[in-house]
Design a protein around this ligand. Structure first.
Ligand code: AVI
Length: 329
């Protein structure tokens, strides 16, 4: 399907069947011995709003730090691509950080094709319209799809040289092996001149990380527990939020922050639409998200495992975060 105005084309290559998929994943995740819920379900409307709030929190340095790197280096990045370019962005969300790059490209080249990709069509259309209002030299082909469908659609677009962005350390939410596999799939869409710019959060002090994922105002707790709110409203669950808490702990060795929802007591929850009862012991956990942190050596290894090589890296003043430019190896 396609929807066009003069400078905006929206592609929706995917038929949405979110409700069924959510139910099936909740059933599978809450039935096993170790309960889990996939982190991609954190981002319904309310979850996305809470995530935007997380990005502004004093403890959550990730967004601010990446923005600092982009602001300090956007002109240098644009200078690497002096000819016509399509800038593709995976998981573009509100595209707020990307504005820094868009402006740099428009300053240097005068025009730019931007191809944002996001699962939320509403967010895509709203942010694309806002961008087009602000920037005359911009044309947008927006792809409303999850990553694999979006990448397939990207293969069908007639695109000149491209720079693919994957910002926000979203890669960190993939298991390490899966992130290499996913980067290899991105690489499969690239020609020799194309480049991939990926924001990756670096390994650091446990206390800094645990504060970033369990902030004093409790916004991250709300974000995580919103999964239970979603089950209640979409699947007729009766989770009582007073009897669950959020937990985030950093495992130094594996370099990941694990987020869980912890049952505060022995309890049984009913999920009407799934016709199931879920039993919890006191302190039993539902694992909801991993946020992997990388060393520079791990970034090199990741590139190698994906058929890519690091051509340039930029850091913030405290070396908390790396923006990495990859080329096909
Ligand atoms: C989207 N993603 C990179 C965030 C992260 O840092 O793992 C999601 C998040 N979870 C809790 N706070 C932020």
């Amino acid at each position: 399907m396609q929807q066009s105005s003069r400078r905006l084309t929206v592609r929706t290559p995917q038929v949405e069947n979110d409700a069924d998929e959510f139910g099936a994943e909740v059933r599978a995740g809450l039935t096993g011995e170790h309960k889990t819920l996939p982190c991609r379900f954190l981002y319904d409307r309310r979850g996305s709003e809470l995530f935007e709030q997380i990005c502004e929190l004093p403890e959550y340095y990730v967004t601010r730090t990446e923005r600092e790197i982009l602001e300090n280096n956007a002109d240098a990045i644009a200078a690497l691509f002096p000819e016509d370019l399509a800038m593709v962005e995976l998981g573009s969300g509100s595209s707020s950080k990307t504005r820094v790059l868009i402006e740099a490209f428009l300053r240097s080249n005068g025009r730019l094709r931007y191809v944002p990709m996001d699962i939320s069509k509403k967010m895509l259309v709203e942010s694309s319209e806002a961008l087009l209002e602000d920037y005359d030299g911009l044309k947008i082909v927006a792809i409303a799809a999850e990553y694999s469908t979006g990448l397939r659609q990207l293969g069908r677009e007639a695109i000149e040289r491209k720079l693919i962005l994957w910002l926000g350390s979203t890669l960190g939410n993939f298991e390490r092996k899966d992130s290499a596999r996913f980067l290899a799939r991105i690489k499969a869409t690239m020609t020799g001149d194309d480049r991939l710019l990926v924001g990756i959060d670096l390994r650091k002090d446990k206390a800094v990380l645990e504060a970033a994922y369990d902030d004093a105002q409790g916004v991250t707790a709300k974000f995580n527990l919103n999964l239970l709110v979603r089950i209640n409203s979409e699947l007729g669950g009766n989770f009582d939020l007073r009897h669950f808490r959020h937990e985030a702990s950093y495992e130094e060795e594996s370099g990941r922050v694990r987020s869980n929802i912890v049952s505060l007591r022995e309890q049984t929850v009913h999920i009407r639409e799934l016709d199931m009862y879920v039993e919890f012991t006191a302190e039993e956990r539902i694992h909801t998200e991993n946020s992997h942190k990388y060393s520079l050596a791990e970034i090199d290894a990741l590139a190698q495992a994906s058929g890519l090589r690091v051509t340039q890296q930029w850091f913030d003043s405290d070396d908390r975060f790396a923006l990495n430019l990859f080329a096909p190896a």
